[in-house]
Design a protein around this ligand. Structure first.
Ligand code: HEC
Length: 153
């Protein structure tokens, strides 16, 4: 084997090695993105998707709290309705953490914000304090952006 032949073999070998490394990296990326995707769009066992939960629960109850508080609740019924919607949002802070749905600390932190903000709305309802309710609602809705900015495509 001449020196040039030997050099050529070496170059071929390092090309194969480089290609194998790139293919391996791509595989790892693919698998990990599939895994994190699965956690965000759905839990592990139950059929409910995160999107369905957002549409059925967050969209509906979040909007209703805002409307109710901004209108200025005029009687016990109106306050009770706001409490119902806030309790649903509070429950959501647990549902979003259940069934292996939580992929990371951003998600968990947003759920904590959601739970605390909605609990604040509930205490404001107990005191029939619409202004405090709106402040707590503002804190609660910080959770939406906190989670969406990381996990919503
Ligand atoms: C812990 C994470 C998390 C929190 C907190 C959160 N969301 Fe979401 N939300 C998501 C994810 C993930 C999606 C995207 C789901 C998908 O498309 O698969 C989403 C999507 C949505 C959608 C779009 C649904 C559709 O039709 O595509 C709405 C509306 C929504 N969220 C409302 C809210 C509101 C309002 C709040 C705050 C009160 C909130 N979300 C808080 C994770 C969260």
């Amino acid at each position: 084997m001449t020196l040039i032949e030997a050099k050529g073999k070496l170059i071929k070998r390092s090309r194969v090695l480089a290609l194998a490394t790139v293919a391996g990296l791509l595989l790892v990326l693919l698998v990990s993105s599939e895994m994190s995707n699965a956690q965000v769009t759905k839990g592990k066992e139950r059929p409910l998707t995160t999107k369905q939960w957002m549409q059925a629960v967050h969209k509906v109850h979040c909007g209703a709290i805002k409307e109710g508080l901004e209108a200025g609740p005029s009687d016990d019924d109106a306050w009770a309705k706001i409490a119902l919607h806030a309790a649903m949002m509070n429950e959501s802070s647990y549902v979003l953490m259940a069934d292996g749905r939580c992929p990371d600390g951003d998600w968990a932190g947003a759920c904590k914000q959601l739970g605390e903000g909605s609990a604040g709305v509930l205490s404001a309802v107990e005191n029939k304090d619409a202004e405090a309710g709106l402040a707590a609602f503002g804190a609660m809705t910080k959770s939406c952006g906190a989670c969406h900015s990381v996990h919503k495509k």
